[in-house]
Design a protein around this ligand. Structure first.
Ligand code: SF4
Ligand code: SF4
Length: 483
């Protein structure tokens, strides 16, 4: 469906925030959804188009979100499931956040790290503490991390972040290693993005929080993050700095979800139009309780059924994007979300600074530095067992970025379906490492059966042979086989 009007400055190729996240276009899209929410013919034609797995534009996607016809809504969920299965099979990628510091000069009203919060414990990890955290994460079985840090030019300048990344990659405890460090730090300059790229990061993640400029400015009254344009254009600078895998997201609950849903898709369309590669991941966090933060203060709280619909429609609109859900959500919500679209989950997360290693610093209790309450508090072994028992194939794969498959190279392989030939064996091989090094007996027993079944889904005989041989070598003690 092409946009019919020419009166707006809406321009996906523009580098100006308010031209690619265009308020008029978002409002028109919402009105279009309202007007057509019972237009069966139109909704059915969009569903037909979506079956080709080439995605949808923001207007088409929003109409699916708006749809009020019960039987068509069932079709939307069924299609999301089908697309998820076709592209990802049973695979679910695991990661954990690592909080480096909660010093922050910003004033985000929904985050306990805001500068005016005087009762939260402030902490910045030393390099030795980062080593200890990394060892604790490796001892659980994690291979992929998302680094988190507040914004503070004195406490956590770029040099500190770069040294932290180097430290994490340098730790090899027993059979453990962190093979991919994704980074979620404040919007910065092209030059600093270039430094992050050179440090070997995977994806650069930055949530927009809300795309509505007015709400954004009210939610961020002071500090560098209060600059809407600078924040919204951050991914453009990241791309210019050579980072071609970027992760976007909004914090649902801060603002009207319809506005933010359309904004999120517009942002993806902008990156695709301007740089030829859309977002690598989309995250779907919702506001959670935390020190000094009560979600009831946010009147836009998103109900579960609407939240599920958004996840399903994102999967349909952007079939190849990795979709991430954190431990903010309960086990029940994560179960449902995995079926209809989510492809990556965090496991055994701590959202505090220094929360993984046993701290000997008696003056500091990591729990008091939490960014938000974790809803799902199970261990990684329990999470893996749970995923296996639901028929999923947990994966610790990090192969793409390490083999140079990023940006448009990755997207071309994802869109042709070729990537599945690699994801499936990589999932099986990395899971076998987990079984041999970190899993409980109970998890290993369920896992063995799942692994045998999943081997059968490898289409190419040569790749299946390689995988079976590699599994033997992993049992003999060798590690890190990947395709
Ligand atoms: Fe600081 Fe980020 Fe929290 Fe805002 S959301 S106060 S920038 S840590
Ligand atoms: Fe992700 Fe690439 Fe591994 Fe597939 S092969 S799971 S796309 S890193």
């Amino acid at each position: 469906m092409e946009r019919e009007d020419n009166m707006y400055k809406y321009n996906p190729k523009s580098s100006v925030a308010e031209e690619f996240i265009h308020d008029g276009e978002i409002l028109d899209t919402i009105a279009f959804g309202e007007k057509n929410k019972n237009n069966r013919e139109l909704i059915e034609s969009i569903l037909e188009k979506a079956k080709e797995r080439k995605g949808l534009n923001h207007r088409e996607a929003f109409l699916l979100v708006s749809c009020e016809e019960e039987d068509l809504n069932e079709k939307i969920f069924a299609l999301a499931k089908e697309i998820k299965m076709h592209i990802y099979g049973n695979r679910i990628v695991l990661f954990a956040p690592l909080y480096l510091s909660n010093y922050c000069i910003n004033s985000c009203v929904y985050c306990p790290y805001h500068v005016k919060n005087k009762h939260i414990a402030r902490k910045k990890l030393t390099m030795e503490e980062i080593r200890q955290e990394t060892i604790a994460l490796q001892d659980m079985g994690h291979k992929r991390l998302a680094l988190e840090s507040g914004e503070h030019p004195i406490e956590t300048p770029i040099e500190y972040i770069l040294e932290a990344i180097e430290t994490i990659y340098s730790v090899h405890h027993k059979n453990g290693e962190i093979r991919r460090v994704n980074v979620n730090i404040a919007a910065t300059t092209v030059e600093e993005y270039r430094m992050l790229k050179e440090a070997g990061i995977g994806t650069y993640i930055l949530f927009q929080e809300t795309y509505n400029k007015k709400s954004y400015e009210a939610l961020h009254p002071a500090g560098p993050k209060s600059n809407y344009a600078y924040h919204t254009e951050a991914m453009d600078r990241a791309m210019e700095g050579g980072i071609d895998d970027v992760g976007i997201g909004v914090l649902f609950g801060l603002n009207n979800y319809k506005y933010d849903f359309v904004g999120l898709l517009l942002h993806g369309e902008h990156l695709e139009a301007k740089y030829g590669v859309g977002p690598h991941t989309i995250s779907v966090p919702r506001v959670r309780p935390a020190d000094d933060i009560d979600p009831e203060d946010f009147t836009n709280a998103l109900q579960d059924d609407v939240f599920e619909k958004l996840i399903a429609v994102i999967r349909i609109a952007a079939p190849y994007v990795g979709m991430i859900m954190s431990t903010r959500e309960s086990q029940e919500m994560r179960e449902r979300a995995l079926e209809i679209g989510i492809s990556q989950v965090s496991g055994a997360s701590k959202t505090s600074v220094g929360g993984y290693a046993d701290s000997e610093d008696l003056e500091f209790d990591p729990k008091k530095s939490e960014q938000f309450d974790v809803n799902d508090t199970r261990t990684l072994d329990e999470v893996i067992r749970w995923l296996l028992s639901l028929g999923h194939l947990p994966s610790f794969c990090t192969a793409c970025y390490r083999n140079g498959r990023t940006g448009d190279r990755f997207m071309a392989m994802a869109k042709s379906g070729e990537i599945s030939n690699l994801c499936q064996p990589n999932a099986i091989m990395t899971l076998q490492e987990f079984f041999n090094d970190y899993a409980s007996e109970e998890t290993k027993i369920i896992g063995k059966k799942v692994t045998e079944e999943e081997l059968e889904f490898i289409q190419r005989e040569d790749i299946k042979d390689y995988t079976i041989k590699s599994l033997k070598k992993i049992d003999e003690g060798l590690r890190d086989f990947n395709l």
